[in-house]
Design a binder for this molecule. Structure first.
Ligand SMILES: *Cc1c(COP(=O)(O)O)cnc(C)c1O
Length: 442
């Protein structure tokens, strides 16, 4: 892979630099404060795992705009495919007059998603829209109304998906009322609950049985590895037990793979690590190299339960976004990027895997593929430490490293780097973050 930007951090001004601060002032006068930013550094271009800001600083991107540019920034193959498509045909609306790219993406998703059965897809614009459509499809198929999602889940910011998202702040505060028949059920969070997979599943199932009733539940939504919740990996056996329960009671099991899917976890879909085959899968973030595209894919009989016209939307499966997706999926296969995500897992495990024993402010380090979470605690306890996260983020971003935040208590440092990130960049970024971890642990 040839990069157009050297894969090295280089900080040449204070951060944010003068040009960023100028744009920030203008942003304050024109953009809603509701679109809050993690770092006030305006970006100009990028390549691989490096972003270059408007002042010429090169920053290590450990966030990929929340797990989107998994294959690296401004990938040349994606740029070429999108620009060729943009000068050929940009829109017809698939449900007025169809075009081939849409079908090609649906064929590819049927091949890549778990399960050896006929699968159909609908393409939409955003993750939240995919989740909303999965709710509609599951309700239509089962004739039931109730929807369950797990504690610490993140499913989006539309009204329905806010109701399915766990934490009240900042996503939900002051935004209600939310739709009814949406239930949050206990999950598996080994660092917090210490439960085995079977015990955590028994707790989830008991909650469903006593609060909802299995015959009323249309769908159970799970993120096999929770992203915004703090890179939470459920205990062994948890998802298997939930899948068996759903199968027994005719509940549609939806794997929300919007963050953990498409190579991110070292597999095409993160639920593969648990040997579970879901009924429906939602895909978005990493699928199109930065272009907006999302999908619901699943068992043909469930996907086809909806009457023609019952799902869709003007821009869904746009010709340019689908061209970008086809190029992205091709790059992942051709360049062996699933194996690269596994390489990144080894690099992080080797470099930061011992942080909990070296820094008292770190309670646990956990990850899979190119998704990692660092649980920050009040030293000597397991209490969440949101202040530590704020200061680690401030230190990192002002030194040219862009990580992410996560967790229901705002205390998980999250890394979602590109799978093309080098060992040298992982090492350099870790060294920057360690300076602050050491200070906080002293
Ligand atoms: C980001 C995300 C969503 C929402 O996707 P948008 O494109 O932001 O609407 C839903 N589910 C998961 C797991 C996500 O990470």
């Amino acid at each position: 892979m040839d990069f157009t930007v050297p894969q090295q951090r280089s900080v040449v001004t204070e951060l944010p630099g003068p040009r960023s601060r100028e744009l920030l002032e203008r942003r304050r006068r024109s953009v809603s404060r509701g679109a809050g930013t993690l770092a006030d550094i305006f970006m100009d271009h990028g390549s691989g795992a490096i972003l270059v800001d408007v002042d010429g600083n090169r920053l290590i991107d450990l966030g990929c705009g929340i797990g989107v540019t998994t294959i690296g920034h401004a990938h040349p193959d994606v740029a070429a495919a999108a620009s060729a498509q943009a000068s050929k045909l940009t829109h017809t609306l698939f449900t007025v007059t169809p075009y081939e790219n849409y079908v090609l993406v649906a064929e590819k998703l049927a091949e890549l998603t778990p399960g050896d059965f006929e699968k159909h897809s609908i393409l939409v614009n955003s993750g939240a829209e995919a989740v909303e459509n999965a709710v509609k499809i599951a309700r239509r198929y089962t004739g039931r109304r109730a929807i369950a999602s797990l504690a610490h889940a993140f499913h989006g910011r539309t009204n329905l998906t806010m109701a399915m998202t766990y934490r009240p702040w900042p996503e939900r505060a002051g935004m209600g009322p939310f739709p009814g028949e949406v239930y949050s059920v206990p999950s598996s969070y080994p660092f917090k609950d210490g439960l085995s997979g079977p015990d955590a599943a028994a707790r989830t199932i008991d909650y469903i049985n006593t609060h909802i009733g299995p015959t009323e539940l249309a769908a159970l939504f799970v993120e096999p590895i929770q992203g915004d919740g703090g890179i939470v990996i459920p205990a062994e056996g948890y998802l298997e037990a939930l899948a068996a329960y759903c199968a027994e009671h005719g509940i549609v099991l939806v794997s929300d793979e919007i963050q953990a899917g498409i190579a991110r976890s070292g597999a095409w879909y993160s639920i593969e690590h648990f040997g579970v085959v879901p009924d429906l899968v939602t895909t978005a973030k990493g699928i199109a190299g930065g272009f907006p595209l999302a999908a619901v894919t699943g068992r043909a009989e469930i996907m086809d339960a909806v009457q023609p016209g019952g799902i869709g939307g003007t821009f869904g499966g746009n010709p340019v976004s689908t061209a970008a997706a086809l190029a992205t999926l091709e790059v992942i296969e051709r360049d062996g990027l699933i194996a690269e995500a596994q390489r990144v897992e080894r690099a992080f495990a080797a470099r930061i895997g011992d942080w909990a024993s070296r820094y008292s402010v770190v309670g646990e380090v956990r990850g899979k593929g190119a998704m990692w979470g660092v649980e920050l605690v009040v030293p000597g306890t397991r209490e969440p430490n949101a202040a530590a996260l704020t200061s680690v983020l401030r230190h990192a971003t002002s030194n040219g490293v862009i990580p992410l935040d996560a967790g229901s208590w705002d205390s998980v440092l999250r890394f979602l780097p590109s799978v093309v990130i080098s060992e040298e960049l992982v090492d350099d970024a870790a060294s920057v973050i360690e300076q602050e971890l050491a200070r906080l642990s002293a």
